[in-house]
Design a protein. Structure first.
Length: 185
């Protein structure tokens, strides 16, 4: 079930029931409450204190949900200026000081000096087909901690080409979306 345009709700943790303002832009596709609930149930045992990367952040719902549930820090990456500004505004309003927003595209961000993350949300715009190139940059560029977990969201029926050492841990489908959690070995 999609949230009403313009607002989505954080569903767990200390920011539970907080609403996020969402710009009304074509292609902006917040992860549904049902999928976030499932994903964060999967992540619960490993979330406390983790450094996370919300690589194609959009609304930032995944990263803010992680902050709400105990992540130590979340780096958001969002190239659209109005979406990045809305995300910064939500972080400020919620006093979510563990979040930082980089206003660049994911490919440019991954050209920076790497900092390993224990959790990565990889949910690029579906039309851009960025799963494989971003996954390769994450894996080869030193962006992943040794036992990192990577959440990947893609169209239903499409399992992206990912590095061989990313082992599928769990997956599901909701509507037209496939969601999966991988563990790096």
């Amino acid at each position: 079930m999609k949230a009403a345009p313009g607002r989505i709700r954080i569903i767990g943790g200390h920011l539970r029931n907080s609403r996020l303002n969402v710009p009304d832009l074509p292609g902006l596709r917040p992860t549904s409450e049902r999928v976030r609930e499932t994903l964060f149930n999967w992540l619960a045992p490993t979330l406390a204190g983790v450094r996370a990367l919300d690589l194609c952040a959009g609304t930032g719902a995944l990263g803010i949900e992680a902050i709400s549930r105990g992540a130590g820090a979340v780096q958001f990456v969002e190239p659209d200026a109005s979406v990045a500004d809305a995300l910064r505004g939500n972080l400020t309003r919620l006093k979510a000081e563990a979040g930082d927003v980089a206003g660049v595209d994911a490919v440019r961000f991954l050209q920076r000096e790497p900092q390993p993350f224990g959790l990565v949300f990889l949910d690029p715009p579906f039309a851009q087909q960025l799963w494989a190139p971003l996954a390769r940059k994450l894996e080869d560029g030193g962006w992943l901690a040794v036992a990192a977990q990577i959440y990947v969201e893609s169209p239903r029926g499409h399992a992206p080409d990912l590095p061989a050492n990313w082992l599928l841990h769990r997956e599901g489908q909701a509507g037209e979306v496939r969601y999966a959690l991988y563990r790096r070995i």
